[in-house]
Design a protein around this ligand. Structure first.
Ligand SMILES: *Cc1c(COP(=O)(O)O)cnc(C)c1O
Length: 435
């Protein structure tokens, strides 16, 4: 990897290397992409599968009874947070500011409940149909009976994760009765490991970075043909599980009278790690809602893996370590040095752009979100707020009273109280110092 010639071709690589916050606008946005193989039909196949499993989910996760087994989060208008934001920025938000509260998603309290659970459902359905006698028209709540649990116990599910994917996959797979193994990287939080062990999940810890853990987990899992490995770096099923959110969001727009057209742009701010969850979401939004909804990714200045991969068109073939970055961030869900094998390529023409931020900013915003709206999110999940200013400044069309800005809060509800307090106090301190 010759960094100097990369910088010559893509000058912003120099800023990335120096850990300066940047705004990158995707030059290929909106162009046709003949290589894009996934379609709307793939999204609706996933929608149908979630619906078939709803009776099962309602049975095993009583917190989903009120939503009839559908795992979804609210879209919350955050006027107080908008006011707060406008008080301290010279470029004001004229439009509306919302929070997509995936921090409240059942089971894992994070966006990983979409992709992670979906891939486990798909595997369970496959086993139940090929080794049991499940048919599509069955009431899937029968999968919670001892007969099926016994069947599932002959199979394994494995995943590597910085934390939240392990929670969603681990809890779901263990609930079905699969032998479940999660491989955790050095940044995984202790409380997440403890919680998984309580579910009977085999938690393996490694003092290496995430990309190295995925490789290890993939190789170990490949030795046992009865184990299904959920590959955060390249799984299409994970990706499609995330994409389903767009169908649900379209309905929330209708119910909440949020317009999307040329004069009413919607901008969605998504934190990115490997790019799977924000990528699947973006793929869904562009396919289901169309050309006037725009996705912006947010990454730490120390770990701009998706931005680097897309900017240089090297995708997963370049890592942040290659340009001399350390890959360290307090945003554990984003501590991923190399992007997914599929996300960057699929997003080539679908992603509007991305920003990078300094870690301090996410603590400031998570504390302000708590103070103004009484909503608690984990550090990664506040990343969306760091992108708003760049967008308002650089894209005049999006800085209108008709625009809707949606910060995707990707996680938080499972955090123990002690963790919440540490994060909140850190934000308070940062706000105080900046005054
Ligand atoms: C996983 C995660 C992300 C990023 O998702 P990727 O699929 O890795 O890009 C963002 N925020 C939180 C809280 C997460 O758990």
């Amino acid at each position: 990897m010759d960094i100097q010639s990369l910088i010559q071709k893509y000058p912003q690589v120099d800023q990335l290397r120096k850990m300066q916050p940047i705004f990158w606008r995707n030059p290929d946005y909106g162009k046709p992409d003949p290589e894009l193989k996934l379609t709307k039909a793939d999204i609706f196949d996933a929608v149908d599968r979630w619906n078939r499993f709803a009776p099962y989910l309602e049975k095993v996760f009583p917190e989903t009874i009120s939503s009839h087994g559908i795992i979804e989060s609210p879209l919350i208008k955050t006027n107080q947070m908008k006011q707060q934001w406008n008080q301290e920025h010279t470029t004001k938000i004229d439009g509306q500011l919302y929070l997509k509260a995936d921090n409240e998603l059942p089971v894992s309290g994070s966006i990983k409940s979409r992709g992670g659970i979906y891939e486990v459902l798909k595997f369970a359905e496959h086993i139940a149909m090929t080794k049991g006698n499940l048919v599509y028209m069955d009431d899937y709540s029968i999968l919670a009976t001892p007969k099926y649990k016994k069947l599932f116990a002959n199979y394994g599910v494995a995943v590597a994760s910085t934390g939240n994917l392990a929670l969603s996959v681990g809890i779901m797979a263990a609930t079905f009765g699969f032998k479940t193994t999660v491989y955790m990287s050095h940044d995984a939080k202790q409380w997440k490991k403890d919680k998984l062990r309580n579910y009977g999940v085999n938690v393996k810890e490694y003092n290496i970075n995430f990309s190295a853990v995925v490789t290890k987990a993939r190789n170990e899992s490949a030795k046992d043909p009865s184990v299904h490995f959920i590959d955060d770096e390249g799984s299409v099923d994970l990706f499609l599980g995330y994409a389903v959110s767009a169908v649900r969001l379209q309905n929330q727009f209708k119910k909440q009278n949020i317009k999307v057209d040329k004069d009413h742009p919607v901008i969605v701010y998504l934190p990115a790690g490997v790019g799977g969850s924000p990528g699947g979401t973006t793929f869904g939004l562009k396919n289901i809602i169309g050309p006037n909804i725009h996705a912006v990714f947010c990454e730490p200045t120390h770990v701009p893996s998706v931005t680097l991969g897309m900017m240089t068109k090297l995708y997963n073939h370049i890592s942040v370590y290659d340009i001399g970055l350390d890959g360290l961030t307090a945003a554990d869900g984003l501590a991923v040095g190399r992007s997914s094998r599929i996300a960057g390529k699929i997003l080539r023409t679908l992603l509007f752009g991305s920003v990078t931020f300094r870690d301090n900013m996410i603590y400031k915003y998570l504390t302000q979100l708590k103070d103004t709206e009484d909503i608690t999110v984990e550090p990664s999940a506040a990343a969306g707020y760091t992108a708003i200013e760049s967008i308002l400044k650089h894209v005049p069309d999006f800085n209108s009273a008709n625009a809707t800005h949606i910060v995707w809060a990707t996680g938080g509800d499972m955090m123990p109280e002690s963790e919440r307090k540490i994060d909140y106090d850190k934000g308070k301190e940062i706000i105080k110092e900046s005054k």
